[in-house]
Design a protein around this ligand. Structure first.
Ligand code: R5P
Length: 276
């Protein structure tokens, strides 16, 4: 791996733990103003100091993140379909490597849609992006997207999608956690980070997901909704960091979450009418 590419990788993945906590806020590129991401700048600002990398599009980077930010950027460079379409796989590379370099980002990311109508194009786009990335010293992260078919997220499918992405030359693969996740990791020779997916029932469930993913070989998370749709985004991110970097158990992470939240303020009781 050339020095520039290796340096960018090491800025995102801790040299001490080899893991990363990426904060994903790229949802708007196909979902529009997602709940709690309507004002992305306001959502991101308090979280930024606790993220090892921030994943977003060039539009949101330029308009919502101050250029004084030191956090490595993972730039989403694919797009071209929105949730108004049934088929979300009709994507292309929408941001050039030249613009990624100009933005001084640490990685570029695009979705691959294995088994979807535009599987072929998405894989060719990945190959082309890796060609450009190798030239520029820019890591490429492949995202194994499932579109609206969330039920696709099983080990057999994800193992295939991750392996194909690595074979195309991706330097990092982002995928989903699933039962039998270690099989997905086993077949993929590059670091895997896991997305959170739609908001889970509880903060604990998201922490459990992260704990299981790390235990089964993930090199970190690239999580969005389960952080910024939580009622306590910063404490949640700190608790996730403890899992990813400090080997915290779920109970220990829950303790961190509780401590960071501070004392819950009890709702004022209704006053009983006093006898006159
Ligand atoms: C899709 O919109 C993006 O790839 C997200 O970055 C990815 O799904 C991670 O975000 P979340 O944890 O909300 O699924």
């Amino acid at each position: 791996m050339d020095w520039g590419l290796a340096n960018r990788m090491h800025r995102m993945f801790s040299p001490a733990t080899h893991n990363t906590v990426m904060l994903a806020v790229d949802h708007g590129y196909f979902m529009g103003p997602t709940h709690r991401l309507e004002n992305a700048g306001a959502t991101v600002a308090p979280l930024l100091p606790y993220a090892d990398a921030l994943a977003l599009t060039r539009g949101m980077l330029r308009h919502t993140v101050p250029p004084t930010a030191q956090t490595p950027i993972v730039l989403r460079v694919s797009g071209g379909a929105t949730i108004l379409q049934d088929d979300l796989s009709h994507e292309a590379v929408t941001t050039s490597m030249t613009d990624a370099m100009r933005l001084n980002v640490c990685a570029v990311a695009l979705s691959v849609f294995i088994g979807a109508p535009h599987e072929h194009e998405s894989l060719v786009h990945l190959g082309d992006l890796v060609n450009d990335g190798e030239q520029a010293g820019m890591p490429v992260m492949a995202i194994t997207a499932v579109g609206k078919e969330l039920e696709k997220r099983d080990a057999r499918y994800l193992a295939l999608a991750c392996r194909v992405s690595a074979e195309m030359g991706a330097h990092i693969v982002k995928t989903y956690f699933c039962e039998g996740f270690s099989k997905v990791v086993e077949g993929c020779p590059v670091p895997i980070v896991v997305a959170g997916g739609p908001k889970l029932d509880s903060d604990r469930a998201a922490l459990e997901l992260a704990r299981h993913a790390i235990d089964e070989g993930a090199h970190g998370i690239d999580m969005g909704r389960n952080i910024w749709q939580s009622d306590h985004p910063v404490p949640m991110l700190k608790a996730l960091r403890a899992i990813v970097h400090d080997k915290a158990t779920v109970n220990e992470a829950m303790d961190i979450l509780a401590a960071e939240k501070g004392p819950e303020v009890a709702a004022p009781r209704a006053r009983r009418p006093q006898p006159s």
